[in-house]
Write a protein that binds this ligand. Structure first.
Ligand code: HQG
Length: 181
C-alpha cells in the first residue's frame, strides 16, 4: 500500500540525509545519523507525510537499500551518496581486480585528462558489475561504461570502502587506472 509514495519518500530522505538536513531543521551527527523521531516529526511539520511504519517500509523495500537504521532503530542514515561531510567509518576493503563506473559522453574528455573525481559527493562511486554502472550512467543519458583497474590501484596504495548497500567508494581514480573503450 506504500508503493506509490515510497519513491518520493526515498527522494526526500536522500535530500535531507545526504545533502541538506537544514531544509527541515534536522541535525545529523558526525557519522551521518539522524534521530528517527526527530526526522519523522520534522518531515511531517514540513508537510511530508512520514510515520514509523512508512519509514520501515522505505528502509526495507528501497531498490538500492539507500538507508539504514542503527541497531536499536533509534537512528537512521544514508549508507552513501553524501555531499555533506560525514564520517561513515567504513572498513577499508580489498576490491576485485576490476570495478565499473557509469558516466556519459560529455564528461569523457575531462575524465581522460584528470581521472574520476568525487565532484560534489564525498567519494567516487563504483560498482562490482557492469549492469549497475549502466543504470548509473543512464540517469544522465546514453551510458558510457569505464572499467577501473581497482586491483592495481589497491596494490599501489589507494584505499577502497564498501558501503552497507554494496557501493564501492574511493577518493579518486587517476586516469591511468581507467580503461577507456
Ligand atoms: C562525473 C546514485 C568530469 C561522473 C548512483 C558522474 C550512484 C566527472 C558525475 C551515486 C569527472 C558525478 C553516484 C571529471 C567524475 N570530469 N566529470 N574529472 N569525474 N565525473 O551523481 O557516480 O540513486 O556525483 O562520471 O546510482 O553518477 O542517488 O556520481 O557522472 O551510486 O542512490 O561526474 O548516485 O545513487 O555525479 O552517482 P554523481 P555518480 P542514488
Amino acid at each position: 500500500m506504500y508503493e506509490n509514495i515510497a519513491k518520493s519518500v526515498s527522494k526526500f530522505l536522500s535530500l535531507v540525509l545526504r545533502h541538506s538536513p537544514e531544509k527541515i531543521g534536522l541535525k545529523l551527527d558526525e557519522n551521518g545519523w539522524a534521530d528517527v523521531n526527530e526526522l519523522i516529526e520534522k518531515c511531517t511539520k514540513k508537510g511530508n507525510r512520514l510515520d514509523a511504519e512508512l519509514l520501515d517500509y522505505v528502509v526495507e523495500n528501497n531498490d538500492k537499500k539507500r538507508f539504514a537504521y542503527n541497531e536499536d532503530k533509534t537512528k537512521i542514515r544514508a549508507s552513501q551518496g553524501h555531499s555533506i561531510s560525514v564520517e561513515l567509518n567504513l572498513a577499508e576493503t580489498e576490491p576485485s581486480e576490476y570495478l565499473y563506473h557509469g558516466t556519459v559522453g560529455k564528461f569523457m574528455e575531462s575524465i581522460q585528462k584528470e581521472g574520476l573525481k568525487k565532484m560534489r559527493r564525498q567519494h567516487v562511486h563504483l560498482s562490482k558489475d557492469k549492469e549497475t554502472a549502466i543504470k548509473v550512467g543512464s540517469r544522465r543519458g546514453v551510458p558510457q561504461i569505464l572499467t577501473i583497474r581497482s586491483g592495481a590501484m589497491h596494490r599501489d596504495g589507494f584505499k577502497f570502502y564498501l558501503s552497507e548497500n554494496n557501493v564501492w567508494l574511493t577518493d579518486e581514480v587517476p586516469a591511468k587506472y581507467i580503461e577507456f573503450k
